[in-house]
Design a protein around this ligand. Sequence first.
Ligand code: ZN
Length: 374
Amino acid sequence: MSSVHKPEVTAGASERRIGARVASFFNRLTALSPHGSAALRDYRILSSLVGLSAVVALAAIPAMPVWAAPLGLVVGGLYYLIFARRERRRMQLLRQPFPDAWRDTLQRRVPLYSQLTETEQRRFEGEVAVFLGEQRIYALGGLDDGPSADGAQVRLTDEHRVLIAASAAILLLGRPDWRLPTERDIVVYPSSFAEETYSMESNAHTIGMVHAQGPILFAIDAIERSFPRRPSYLSSGLLFQAAPQFAQSHVGLHEFAHVLDFLGQQGRSTGVPVLLPPSVQRQWHQQLSVERDRLMEGNSVLNPYGLKNEAELFAVSVESFFQDAQRLRSHHPELYGLLADFFNQDPASRSLPMTAVASFRPWFALGSSVRYTA
Ligand SMILES: [Zn+2]
């Protein structure tokens, strides 16, 4: 009996093995990245479709020898290698261990980081690592750590770089599929600069700027102020450090909000990013108009710099959303709701670490007379 049934059993087992391999192939094809991004998965699926289409197209050409059809798979492979390059590089960066010194900077200087769950912190670190791997950041007069660094007018440390990257990571945390453009270099100035001449004269007041097609400029002291150092105090001979604090104004969030706003708008920033679905864009325009009126009436928690235009209103709203979330939620619930949907984050509901209570400072003590240009 067994000898009769054996071939059937073997055939069944072999079908199951093939089935398992096909299922495993599709699982790998459709798996998300460890940080929840669908981008690389989409490239894998698209490349497979391109490859299969090329196989079918080659097979359909009458004069083509049969052996040539599988060459279509090479077309799919090349498509993947060329177009998924950034995503594959991203995966490489994510696989590298996150340096302890960078984590220490996040713990000491980035209050939002200390409010995150462990999983969110790993995602946040991933965005920081990818940003620093993709983005050129250098001091005015000295290109990165290269040979011309001697002319650098700012002593740019790893801590500064991590803080700039953290500004971007805050915006990207809830949206693993968002990608910032990498063609804009980041140039760090030693202090505020003049809007037109970029000189650092005594009355220069610009602390940050994004050019539509050019670099992002930051004044280093404004970056420092955006991530206040934790106050420390001595008690019974022991040194205590309070939790990091949220600065009222944040040049990093402000300028990267403009970068999101510039995306897909041919060098314009409108205050209504194209990342928003069209129906929500109308809602945004209406809400920004309400917020402008409230600022004019003096009935707003937003920085009055937002009165300059809609793009600035969006940027100062983003600053308040992350830096002053509870007040924004209670005084401007509609604006808060739109920003929460946009960023897929709810910063007002994150709890502050216990030590933050001891280091509380009222918002008006943090200063708000800040000026940006674009
Ligand atoms: Zn601005």
